[in-house]
Design a protein around this ligand. Structure first.
Ligand SMILES: [Zn+2]
Length: 860
């Protein structure tokens, strides 16, 4: 599963979950006991698109395991059970809060094949979602889709809903004629009824998989069809998106070929279909042979390199092996699904776009992981409350780094053999981390217990402080390394290989040390003093490293054509300097480095240097062929408060064609309260762009400006152009409207508009309107909110309403100082930029009149 379209990230990392108490039996989570071996699941459902309900039967074929079975418990939430039948006599059945308990007249003997069939109806709150015209979706695009992971299928059919059980499955679905029905496996039959108004379709998954991978999509779609070897492939989209479909489908076949070769195991399923749906709750979901994708993954060519679907498409395709063929046994080992999918997306990117791309992505990922200080959770973690909590950066990004370190340490070919063996040995089965550890030990002959213990079963990463010196008499280079992470029962002292690269007149020498103490010195004999010393030049270690080097060494490192890691590290360190020579070097990198990622980082470094020279360097570097660098330069310029920032932003609006870069220019304008800017923002609010990205940016800029003059135009656009916005964009508009209005004395018009949306059939809009009423801080909205807050059943609406009411009650009474404060702040920003200029001039004058001060500094 993936949470965002652009890359594989987790949805939940900003959420805070309740911790179960240590004295409760569910404090640590394990897979439940299996009382039966489930052989087959057959669903037969008929959705009602008008009432947004499902009626059907769920039939399970099973054999009791271990001992004779008296009772069978199935997971089911909020289902109306109509009848339960079975191959064996049923004494009674009982519908509990989250289960159906079926009691048999006589215990079913171990190994005897038996079946139960439950007839039910559901109005699912989760698990199955409708997207219909009545809900505000486009005419002719009504559809439904399901989402099982983690454990949500129990909201629309009864079954065994935990990943430690695999079975074959089939889905039969009856829909109006003209609709497409998609599910796992292969198409078995497709029959129109005698009245020619409905269609019954059956798909069968003949190889076993787990419950959360069962999927159903039904509705009106257009498609692209293709084939890889004898595997049918297709890409379905709502009809109005067919023009863009090929952009996102693009490299799927190439990925298929790459993964088969890289993993060494042929694609295991009947077909590979991808289907794009509206307002999907994640980025993508890898249901066996039927991946569902968010429509945010679609894009037009005008976005250039800024938008791609490859990351998401590769992630979900990699899951067809890692997650679907080999599945984590319980949620504590989720990284065996998500870490692999995340890493194999990066491996494909490296295959397609080169080694620098692969290393840059791992370098960025390492920076984001090591930015978290004192992470107490290990990757394998049992003390969670809800399974969704496990879908965090630990399973995804840190999981991918575990594999990257294994590949770096074992070498590519041994790593590949290990993974192939791991997949072959465990296919159609479930796994825990030890299964991977065992294969690696067996094939490499080396012990990997410590590796998994420190990186996977314990938390955090090494925090290193390194120093370097060279003794000209002994010709010895010395590298001292300290591990400074706080060591506890959760975080270990690490042992790991550390590569150091010395470059000088003697060429390049790479040495590998094994770091294992709290503080150690390493010596290397070199013919002369090196010009540069780089720690971990091949980006093979997950660590936070402080390694201070003189500027000249960092400049030398910028020229390391072979190691992108060396250049990235140098740019990162130079970002903390202020001198003009560094600015000049970074400007050169920004305009000349062969790799776009280094250019992007150089722009960020200039932004954080934040001198006038740095701004001038950025302004001079706007002509960038690669859209990713071009956007970053504009974004970095936006980090400065100056007249020239304002000018570059307005100029970009005139010259740019790329909607994401235009949107960036609009966001940059948010910092400036001038009449001209106000007019531009009002215009952009009505601009036409793919998925309304430039209007979204205008909304964001208006919110930043916090100026009530925007209330009327924003309200008008939200009313008149709702269908131009994505659900997400529209909701951001509602929130901005409420935010701009929160200090007004008269809020009735905005309140009435928002109240009119709290029963919107689009779940996203409904929730957005409820929470915007909280942002509005209007006590007169409490009565409406209470109708949701007092609902008996827990629901997203109730949670949102509770939060909104709390926000209204805790709101400070509007202070008329706020507007004044805002303008004072803007004034201060201007002044501080002028003061800085004056200070810099003074400094320069001082240096000019006192040359000694410069000389002394240099010696240090
Ligand atoms: Zn995933």
């Amino acid at each position: 599963m993936s949470a965002v379209a652009a890359d594989s990230e987790s949805l939940c990392r900003h959420n805070h979950f309740a911790q179960p108490a240590a004295d409760r039996s569910d404090y640590r989570k394990y897979a439940p006991s299996r009382e039966v071996d489930i052989l087959h699941l057959a669903l037969n459902v008929q959705p009602n698109f008008t009432n947004r309900t499902v009626a059907g039967t769920s039939k399970l074929l099973f054999k009791p395991l271990g001992k004779a079975l008296h009772e069978l418990k199935l997971d089911a939430i909020d289902l109306t059970i109509i009848d339960v039948k079975g191959s064996e006599a049923i004494e009674s059945y009982q519908v509990a809060k989250e289960q159906i308990i079926i009691t048999f007249a006589k215990p079913i003997p171990v190994g005897k094949e038996a079946s139960v069939e439950v007839s039910y109806q559901a109005e699912p709150a989760r698990g199955l979602f409708f997207r219909t015209t009545e809900m505000g979706y486009k005419d002719g695009e009504t559809h439904l889709w399901t989402q099982g992971e983690a454990m949500d299928h129990r909201h629309w059919y009864p079954g065994y809903d935990f990943p430690n059980e695999k079975f074959t499955s089939e889905v039969t679905c009856t829909v109006p004629v003209g609709m497409t029905v998609l599910s796992n496996g292969k198409l078995i039959s497709q029959n129109t009824n005698s009245a020619k108004d409905s269609l019954t379709v059956t798909w069968k998954q003949e190889k076993p998989h787990v419950n959360y991978l069962v999927a159903l999509v039904a509705g009106y779609f257009d498609k692209i069809e293709d084939q890889y070897k004898d595997i049918p492939m297709a890409f379905y989209v709502p009809p109005s998106d067919i023009k863009e479909a090929a952009n996102s489908y693009g490299n799927t076949k190439d990925m298929m070929a790459f993964f088969e070769k890289e993993i060494g195991v042929p694609y295991p399923w009947e077909k590979y279909y991808q289907v794009v749906v509206r307002d999907f709750t994640f980025g993508g979901m890898e249901n066996t042979s039927l991946t569902i994708l968010t429509d945010r993954t679609l894009f037009t060519k005008e976005f250039e390199a800024l938008r791609r679907s490859d990351g998401l498409v590769a992630h979900e395709l990699a899951h067809q092996w890692f997650g679907n063929l080999v599945t984590c046994k319980d949620w504590s080992h989720l990284w065996l699904n998500e870490g692999f999918a995340t890493y194999y997306d990066v491996l494909y990117d490296g295959h397609k776009n080169g080694r620098d791309t692969l290393l840059y992505r791992m370098w960025q990922t390492a920076n984001s992981i090591t930015a978290v200080t004192n992470e107490p959770k290990s990757i394998v973690y049992r003390t969670y409350d809800k399974p969704m909590e496990q879908f965090s950066y630990l399973a995804y990004r840190k999981g991918s780094w575990i594999l990257h370190m294994l590949r770096s340490q074992l070498g590519e070919s041994l790593y590949r053999r290990c993974i192939q063996t791991y997949v072959e040995r465990n296919q159609f089965d479930t796994v825990v981390t030890q299964d991977l550890n065992a294969v690696i030990e067996e094939l490499s002959g080396r012990s990997y217990d410590r590796f998994f213990d420190q990186w996977v079963y314990h938390a955090h990463h090494p925090e290193l402080e390194a120093e370097y010196s060279y003794d000209a008499t002994t010709r010895l280079a010395k590298v001292s390394v300290k591990q400074t992470q706080k060591i506890s029962d959760k975080v270990l002292l690490f042992e790991f290989p550390l590569e150091v690269q010395f470059t000088g007149k003697f060429g390049a020498t790479n040495v590998q040390f094994t770091v294992k103490e709290k503080g150690e010195d390493f010596y290397v004999s070199l013919p002369s003093a090196p010009e540069s010393v780089v720690l971990d030049p091949k980006v093979a270690l997950l660590a936070r490293t402080k390694f201070k080097l003189p500027n000249q060494m960092l400049y030398a490192q910028l020229n390391d054509k072979k190691q992108v890691g060396a250049r990235l590290n140098a740019v990162e360190q130079l970002a903390t300097k202020k001198d003009q020579q560094t600015v000049a070097k970074l400007k050169e990198v920004l305009n000349k480095d062969a790799f776009w990622g280094v250019r992007v980082e150089a722009a960020k470094a200039l932004q954080s240097i934040h001198t006038d020279e740095a701004l001038a360097a950025l302004i001079d570097s706007q002509t960038q062929k690669d859209a990713r660098a071009r956007k970053q330069v504009l974004e970095s310029i936006g980090g400065f408060f100056s007249d020239s920032t304002l000018r570059t932003a307005t100029a970009a609006l005139g010259g740019e064609k790329n909607p994401d870069i235009i949107a960036q220019a609009v966001r940059n304008l948010g910092a400036y309260s001038t009449g001209e800017v106000e007019e531009i923002l009002k215009q952009q609010l009505k601009s036409e762009s793919y998925m309304n990205v430039t209007a979204d940016a205008a909304v964001a800029a208006m919110r930043t400006q916090d100026n009530p003059i925007y209330i009327a135009p924003l309200l008008a656009v939200l009313k008149e152009r709702e269908n131009k916005f994505t659900t997400r964009g529209f909701v951001a508009g509602l929130d901005a409207l409420a935010y701009l209005s929160r200090n007004e004395t008269e809020k009735a018009v905005v309140r009435e508009f928002l109240v009119g949306l709290v029963k919107h059939p689009k779940e996203g809009v409904k929730l957005g309107a409820i929470s915007s009423l909280g942002t509005l801080e209007d006590t007169q909205a409490v009565a409406v909110l209470e109708t949701f807050a007092t609902a008996a059943r827990e629901s997203p609406e109730r949670t949102a309403a509770d939060k909104a009411i709390a926000q209204i009650r805790s709101a400070k009474r509007p202070s008329d100082n706020l507007a004044t404060l805002r303008s004072t702040l803007l004034e201060l920003k201007k002044e501080s930029s002028e003061t800085r200029k004056e200070l810099d001039t003074l400094k320069k004058q001082l240096q000019a009149t006192d040359p000694k001060s410069g000389a002394v500094k240099k010696k240090k």
